[in-house]
Write a protein that binds this ligand. Sequence first.
Ligand code: FAD
Length: 380
Amino acid sequence: MQDKILTEEHKMFKEAVENFLKKEAVPHAEKWEKDGIVDRDIWKKAGAMGMLCMDMPEEYGGMGIKDFRYNSIVTEAMIKLGVGGPGFVLQNDVMAPYFETYFTKAQKDKWLAGIVSGEIITAIAMTEPDAGSDLVGTRTTAVKNGDHYILNGAKTYITNGILSDLVVVVAKTDPEAGHKGMTLLLVERGMEGFERGKNLAKIGMKAQDTAELFFRDVKVPVENVLGEEGRGFYYLMHNLPQERLSIAVGAVAGAEQALEDTLTFVKERKAFGKPIGKFQNSRFKLAEAQTEITIARSFVDECILELNEGKLSNEKAAMAKYWCTEMHGKIVDDCLQLHGGAGYMWEYPIAKMYAGARISRIFGGTNEIMREIIGKSMGL
Ligand SMILES: Cc1cc2nc3c(=O)[nH]c(=O)nc-3n(C[C@H](O)[C@H](O)[C@H](O)COP(=O)(O)OP(=O)(O)OC[C@H]3O[C@@H](n4cnc5c(N)ncnc54)[C@H](O)[C@@H]3O)c2cc1C
């Protein structure tokens, strides 16, 4: 975010978050990447530091301030320091709005303090082997049977899939009713019939666990419905703009870091007797990157302020997600090229950035779906 949209409190929080990550996350990043998962410990430390679900009420340990700038400070710091492994951004930006808006008092009392302290790790399970972009094609079913539902189905590509203790599962409670028959159920670690598949091997974001989840006749008590039965699809649609803005925030931060690293590299590396940054092609590529990042930054900051005011439209969030992630992809590609062979080596941060950036055009709704949303808002 630009300094001009941050107050002194934001700046102090930013410094504290960066210092925390440098001390507690950066030294472990390589190990987490090799393990394909982070230690649970980092979640509890982050909770104690106050960087999880800051917008939750103070009585549950949050700051009670609804201000997406705090969320974005955490996202940007994690991306810039190359420690995207812990799924804090999912808990803060994607999950928190569900808990804040749809948890009953009893659900809040049961789980919220743990979610804020990092004792409870959460996940959202929408995608299935046969249903991704087309959520209405969900095959997972939950059949009501007295005081519980019987849940059956399989989910895939679930972030925090291995570590999660509480999973919001999208299921059909009325398969004939299309999007009106979808319900969100809270499935807890240890429920009989809830199993996890393997931690999936990815081309990037290797320190973050992504897994398949299986539900075989899982008995989910009716108290574990999130919100109302049959309203799941509406809740998902309502919360997706914030998720998409979060991805755009990460994309701009990632592009900025790629540019910063590449500037250092091209000033040092020499070819034909001069730094490679002095070739016109290098100057042009980096000038284009700087220009696009500056434009994206303004737009995304505007979206953050609009989200804070409850005015961010679905289509504007889709524009931010689609445009910033395409820009990010192009910039990391150009920056990798400027690194030459070194850019292809995993030990160079630009290689990790290149692989990591690729996902943001796919998750949170693919960029094709973003264009559909924008096109429909134009009456097409
Ligand atoms: C690392 C990672 C983490 C993820 N985390 C989560 C998570 O935590 N929870 C979760 O539920 N999911 C998660 N996902 C899943 C992700 O959201 C989906 O992969 C994504 O929504 C696309 O769905 P799909 O893979 O089924 O692709 P498909 O929907 O099969 O799409 C395949 C291609 O077809 C295109 N396409 C589909 N429909 C249209 C259309 N109408 N018009 C034009 N083109 C179209 C798509 O754009 C895409 O290019 C994650 C995925 C990854 C890789």
